[in-house]
Design a protein. Structure first.
Length: 164
């Protein structure tokens, strides 16, 4: 017999209420219950950063959390970053313009990590960006495009603070 609980989580402004097993990870809740597949599951040990989301505005590894731990909380996934379906967030645009992604597997975690980081540090150095993303693994890019994108996004956000 499984232990089940009702979980209510607001993801990207929409509330999802489901009865789930208490052992269901938050990543699996996001992907299989909310049907938001942008959050990727890589290592399932919190090491790779692919499952990083914003939980009440701060980064969290959704593979290390249980869905029941997010009850009553607000999450943002990669699907919630863009201001509209027709417009990219400055960080997303900078990733596109600076070749900050290749296969895209790490990209959702990189974007959410950098959203928090740039909110805390709007004028970072290259070294600070590299340190901020050091918990997110990318096997394709060599990181330079990601770093360039983060620095470009920081500039864009400083120039148009209402966009972020």
């Amino acid at each position: 017999m499984s232990d089940r609980r009702t979980v209510s989580v607001t993801i990207n402004g929409e509330t999802y209420e489901r009865e789930v097993e208490t052992r269901l990870t938050l990543a699996d809740f996001i992907r299989h219950e909310a049907l938001l597949t942008g959050t990727h599951v890589g290592c399932e040990h919190g090491v790779c950063g692919a499952c990083t989301i914003l939980l009440d505005g701060r980064t969290a590894r959704s593979c290390l959390m249980l869905a029941v731990q997010a009850h009553g909380r607000e999450l943002m996934t990669v699907e919630g970053i863009a201001p509209s379906e027709d417009e990219l967030h400055p960080l997303q645009q900078a990733f596109q313009d600076n070749h900050g992604l290749q296969c895209g597997f790490c990209t959702p975690g990189m974007l959410t990590t950098l959203l928090e980081f740039l909110g805390d540090n709007p004028d970072p150095t290259e070294r600070e960006v590299r340190e901020a993303i050091s918990g997110n693994l990318c096997r394709c890019t060599g990181y330079q495009g990601i770093v360039n994108a983060a620095l470009d996004a920081a500039r864009r956000l400083r120039e148009a603070p209402s966009a972020g």
